[in-house]
Ligand binder design. Structure first.
Ligand code: D41
Length: 683
């Protein structure tokens, strides 16, 4: 055979197998018996073994994995991966519909209802139809590059078919079906290995395996639920989902078109009845406004779209005995009562601890030690005690006593009038608070120090080596670390290397790591975007509130008077600024966002809106550039908007700007403006 004909034969086999895969994994049809499929695959393997130069990245033989990574590189999502707001009862669903209808000024909206798969979110990027990247959600802004692992997922097409767009970014959920999970556990049991706890955690762990050959052995399945790039030219979610299917991507097999909120309720009823019989675990349903123009008009609040909601099924509950109550001291000193339970299996997971939240909740439940209590688990949330079966109360049931002294440092416990929580007043004297603050500081969304686990931090604090976070960078060395139990020299070196690597960070992550009360990831991002530098933030934070109790900080998105006050108090404490200075001296650094005060602020007092797709500059860079010129950037168009930058695909915001006679410019004019003002952006 000539090389040419072999090459043709290989192509033909690749094509045929792809067709069969598509039919099998996307349409659930077997076009040929398994034996014939296996024969085709073997034939292809043989030809490729004889002619290695003919192996292409998109060949179905390349799904076995094998690339072993040292770690994952991070990926910044071009379009943030949003989260979903929840509705737990019919009333909250009605409220959602009311907000949507009011927001759009219409009486009724068409929604799409789909199952909410209980798995892990994944983004797939296709360029010219080729799968080029798979990334986890991470914190929604940056995730991890798991491409090698994603390539082993059988129902993820390596190449698209049909009239796909040049760039397509699809988001969806990776799951393990119930039957596949049982089989996986049976196999593990037979091999004398540890069995897996539940499909969700197994899916998540498998996707983050460093050895892709391990991922290849797990029965992962992908299901697409949205498009982040490449939706131009389509009008609605349901239409686009059909297109995804045509391009070879697996989508939800169950989908409802709901013409009104009543149809949504009916879908809830229908799916509640069908839930157990579905081949995969779901923890709820998702309802999305179908029309893209309406989605865009509604926009989103900080992290969740206003046009979608997750309807959560009531979580599973079990009765068990309350054996005792311990009190855990959190990062801010808050005392949380933790129920010690007789272990019970709730929805597939053994539960022996559950939260009782606070004193008010204990009073509300009227619970005593020795009672039979109902325990609920929902998704990833910590199990909760939800009710008490008073009919089973034993005669010797004991009252739950809230301690008046901290169980760890014995400082007084105080309960502020009007607040539900009791707090240890020990501050950083309390080793429990120190440990919790450090756990938060090193956590993934904060400084992301790999390998500094909870146990290790507890030991470091117990030995009094570490008072505050800066000590992590200045007080540790190999000799000290290696002297700890179960700590070899190699692991000690790894810890130090991880600390070193964590020094390069971003202002947003650093702010989040500081653990300022009520400042979560999203608020930290907004603060960093608004002020650009730590110095500018500190200056704004230190301005006292006006006579009406308003703070300068409230100019930041999502910052209200309470959060502003927390931030103000944080920066007003000399210990905190000393800790920040110590961290910076220890080498923590980030790229300051240029906002030097010498730069003229020609757009001061103006409010701009960016909409549609921008091609020469990322949305984030465009916004940063505007802010550096003194403008505010808003998410929706109003009478107060100074100017709108509209790219291709701009929809309702553009229409609104036109109806309000707000000036609109295109991207070219915008770039010209940035050039005129000599703004730098990008890397
Ligand atoms: O099945 C799911 N788990 C699911 C998750 C779904 N069917 N749709 C979703 N839609 C979104 C938006 C509306 C934000 C595009 C989602 C998620 N988000 C989601 N999953 C995890 C975080 C967000």
């Amino acid at each position: 055979m000539t090389t040419d004909t072999v090459s043709q034969q290989v192509r033909a086999l690749v094509e045929r197998i792809r067709q069969l895969d598509h039919a099998y994994y996307v349409n659930n049809e077997s076009l040929v018996p398994d034996s014939e499929y296996d024969a085709l695959l073997n034939q292809l393997r043989q030809l490729e073994a004889q002619h290695p130069s003919l192996v292409t990245a998109d060949s179905p033989t390349q799904r076995v994995g094998g690339a072993v990574a040292q770690g994952f590189t991070s990926v910044t999502h071009d379009v943030p991966m949003l989260s979903l707001d929840n509705a737990f009862d019919a009333e909250q669903l009605v409220d959602f519909d009311r907000r949507v209808c009011e927001g759009l000024g219409v009486a009724q909206v068409t929604y799409v209802g789909e199952p909410k798969l209980d798995g892990v979110a994944l983004s797939l990027l296709y360029r010219d139809g080729e799968l080029v990247r798979g990334a986890t959600r991470g914190d929604g802004l940056t995730g991890e590059d798991v491409t090698a692992n994603v390539r082993t997922i059988r129902n993820v097409p390596l190449k698209l078919v049909g009239d796909y767009p040049a760039v397509l970014e699809v988001r969806g959920e990776v799951v393990i079906h119930k039957a596949d999970f049982e089989q996986l556990n049976k196999k593990a049991e037979l091999a004398g290995e540890k069995t897996y706890a539940n499909p969700r955690n197994t899916a998540s762990g498998s996707l983050r395996q460093l050895d892709s050959a391990m991922t290849a052995k797990r029965p992962l399945k992908f299901c697409a639920y949205s498009v982040a790039q490449g939706q131009d030219g389509y009008d609605c979610h349901s239409e686009l989902m059909e297109k995804l299917k045509a391009w070879g991507l697996p989508t939800h097999d169950v989908q409802a078109s709901c013409q009104s909120i009543d149809d949504c309720h009916a879908f809830v009823e229908e799916m509640s009845a069908k839930r157990e019989a579905l081949p995969y675990d779901i923890d709820g349903l998702v309802f999305k406004v179908d029309q893209f123009a309406q989605q865009e008009e509604l926009g989103f609040v900080s992290r969740a779209p206003r046009w979608a909601i997750a309807w959560k099924f009531p979580a599973q509950e079990k009765l068990t005995k309350l054996l005792g109550v311990d009190f855990q001291v959190g990062r801010t000193g808050a005392l949380t009562p933790v129920a010690r339970l007789e272990p019970v299996n709730v929805a597939g997971v053994m539960v022996s601890n559950a939260t009782l939240h606070n004193q008010d909740e204990i009073a509300r439940l009227g619970v005593k030690i020795g009672d039979m209590v109902s325990v609920r688990r929902a998704g990833e949330v910590i199990p909760q005690v939800v009710s008490v079966d008073l009919s089973q109360r034993p005669d010797d049931a004991l009252d739950i006593e809230f301690p008046s002294q901290c169980p760890v440092c014995h400082s007084d416990v105080e309960r502020v009038e009007g607040e539900a929580v009791a707090r240890c007043t020990g501050g950083l004297v309390c080793s429990a608070q120190r440990v919790e603050a450090l756990k938060h500081f090193v956590s993934r969304k904060a400084m992301d120090v790999d390998g500094l686990g909870d146990k290790l931090l507890e030991q470091l604090v117990a030995r009094d080596w570490i008072q505050g976070p800066a000590d992590l960078y200045t007080q540790l060395d190999v000799v000290k670390l290696a002297s700890l139990p179960r700590m070899a020299e190699k692991s000690a070196q790894n810890v130090l290397a991880a600390l070193e690597a964590s020094k390069k960070t971003t202002l947003a992550k650093f702010l989040y790591a500081l653990g300022i009360r009520e400042v979560g990831v999203s608020t930290a991002n907004n603060l960093a975007a608004q002020y650009g530098t730590l110095a500018a933030l500190k200056e704004a934070a230190l301005v006292p509130s006006d006579e009406k109790g308003n703070w300068v900080l409230q100019e930041v998105d999502d910052v209200g008077p309470i959060v502003a006050e927390h931030i103000h108090n944080f920066f007003a404490q000399p210990e905190n600024t000393a800790q920040i200075d110590a961290l910076v001296s220890a080498g923590i650094n980030w790229q300051e966002i240029e906002q030097d005060n010498d730069r003229p602020q020609p757009l001061a007092g103006q409010t701009w809106v960016l909409t549609g797709k921008l091609e020469q500059i990322s949305r984030a860079d465009g916004e940063a550039a505007l802010r550096s010129l003194g403008a505010k950037v808003a998410g929706s168009v109003s009478k107060k908007t100074t100017k709108v930058v509209a790219g291709p695909g701009a929809g309702s915001k553009l229409a609104k700007a036109e109806s309000l006679a707000v000036p609109v410019i295109n991207e070219a004019a915008f770039m010209q403006l940035l050039l005129t003002y000599d703004v730098e952006f990008g890397e």
